[in-house]
Design a protein around this ligand. Structure first.
Ligand code: GLN
Length: 490
């Protein structure tokens, strides 16, 4: 039997059922790993007492041969999910001391399935970022380093704490959210698997809103199968979120081993970027070859409006954010910085409570929504968004899924790109299209680059066809046989 922190969720579940290990043992091993890896700054809040008590309860249930699909499995929760009575900051100073009186639907579903919370995971402030460097709680370190080098790298963002904790084996899996790539990009940077399901698959209720028409919850875990197990528990219709889809949740786990024989896989020529590192192109070609060997047929396709996706995203996401973040006024949640008048109190609170990136987005969003510029920016962006979605609809008349690289580079150093927002925004070049079109996308580790850093491949599927995404992701995972570990983790 593997060491408890090196088991997958699927393996641990079997071992728990067979009483080869108890949830208390599994949880203690992860709490210990959490302590040992504190230097990564992956957690904002640790909840060891609650974890121990819940593990004890899970063991009682398991002893009776009962329990949910995640009974006794220790997980981490991104600090964007409201957790009843447990500090929830969204990585921001403005939510200081905020203990929600309610639980997000997604986390509630995980607890119903028997999972155990180890703590709340660090993230970019309000999920705005690609490096986890915008967090009020400080940067998260990637457990991976370049071979023979000592500089600390970013774990990606915004779900950087989730990805780092999964890679460092202090949690078996974690919740994350993806508005423009925040599940897939950190997964790619840390050698983990992350899936953003179709918009509407998971309820957004109780998740601190960034850009409501783009935000989706999903899991980060170490295998495709583990992601399927977690997503199964997280998904489903919720009357409290009017955008959550009233559709049955398929059996994701059963889809994982379906294979790809006979599937047509689209290879979009627009994802071949001038100036992208050769290692990214090589990995993509390797991915195509793997799928071919597994019985799929690659098909060249075109998604002609791809080049507009980043500019469109960086109009729509800030527009929605500026509206969503209007609620942080010092009256209802978290931080309050007094002033002589009510207006001054608002101003003082928002000036002190938001970081630079969040302020930049609020300014851009307010500008593109203003009466004089609405048509020129916001409305136009919405129109182009429809064209981007239509590109996919057209492509899916020909193919079953699409294969692309997940990110245009491997993990970069902490501090890099912070003085150049455009360079930072380029991280999302391969991922934002799926958010704009509402489609499911998974990132699977495909290998390591010359520096020994993980690189990810992305599979984008049809709306509500996560099953094919899992099957193709699994085929890549099998072929890649990614067994590399961050230094010192073997
Ligand atoms: N990096 C992107 C941004 O900064 C995406 C963030 C996300 O998906 N939450 O907006």
């Amino acid at each position: 039997m593997a060491a408890p922190t090196h088991m997958t969720i699927a393996e641990a579940r079997k071992a728990l059922k067979a009483k080869k290990i108890s949830s208390a043992e599994l949880t203690d091993a992860h709490l210990k790993a959490m302590e040992q890896t504190r230097g990564l700054n992956a957690f904002v809040t640790e909840t060891p007492e609650r974890a121990k008590a819940d593990a004890k309860r899970a063991d009682v249930v398991l002893a009776k041969g009962e329990g949910g699909p995640l009974e006794g499995i220790p997980l981490g929760i991104k600090d964007l999910f409201c957790t009843e009575g447990v500090l929830t900051t969204a990585g921001s100073h403005i939510l200081d001391g905020f203990k929600p009186p309610y639980e997000s639907t997604v986390s509630a579903k995980l607890w119903q399935a028997g999972a155990i919370m180890l703590g709340k995971l660090n993230m970019d402030e309000f999920a705005m970022g690609s490096s986890n460097m915008t967090s009020y709680h400080g940067a998260v370190k990637n457990p991976w380093r370049r071979k023979g080098a000592n500089s600390d790298l970013v774990p990606g963002g915004s779900s950087g704490g989730s990805a780092a904790a999964v890679a460092a084996r202090s949690v078996m899996g974690a919740t994350a959210t993806d508005t423009g790539g925040s599940i897939r990009q950190p997964a790619a940077f840390t050698g983990t698997v992350g899936i953003k399901p179709t918009y509407g698959r998971c309820s957004r209720w109780g998740i601190v809103a960034f850009a409501s028409s783009l935000d989706q919850a999903g899991p980060i875990a170490r295998t495709v199968e583990d992601c399927a197990i977690m997503l199964q528990a997280m998904s489903g219709h919720d009357p409290k979120d009017s955008t959550s889809a009233d559709l049955p949740v398929p059996n994701f786990e059963a889809a994982v081993e379906r294979g790809v024989k006979g599937l047509k896989i689209g290879i979009p020529k627009e994802y071949k970027l001038d100036g992208a590192p050769k290692e990214i192109q090589d990995l993509w070609e390797q991915g195509i070859a793997w799928l071919k060997e597994a019985g799929a047929t690659p098909v060249d396709i075109t998604l002609p409006h791809t080049k507009y996706a980043l500019p469109v995203y960086y109009v729509i996401a800030p527009a929605e954010a500026s509206s969503n973040l209007a609620r942080y006024d010092g009256v209802r949640f978290g931080l309050r910085v007094p002033g002589k008048t009510l207006d001054e109190m608002y101003e003082n609170t928002r000036a002190a409570g938001f970081g630079a990136e969040v302020k930049r987005r609020i300014l851009i969003g307010t500008y593109v929504l203003s009466a004089g510029y609405y048509d020129a920016y916001y409305l136009r962006a919405q129109r182009v968004r429809s064209l981007i979605a239509r590109d996919f609809t057209e492509a899916y008349k020909q193919v079953d899924a699409i294969l692309t690289p997940a990110t245009p580079s491997a993990a970069f150093a902490i501090g890099e790109k912070m003085d150049d927002p455009i360079a930072m925004y380029l991280n999302d070049v391969f991922t934002v299209t799926a958010n704009l079109a509402g489609l499911p996308g998974i990132s699977v580790p495909g290998g390591v680059n010359a520096d020994g850093l993980p690189l990810g491949l992305q599979v984008i599927g049809k709306a509500f066809d996560e099953e094919t995404v899992f099957a193709v992701g699994r085929a890549l995972e099998k072929a890649a046989n990614f067994t590399a570990l961050p230094e010192g983790m073997a």
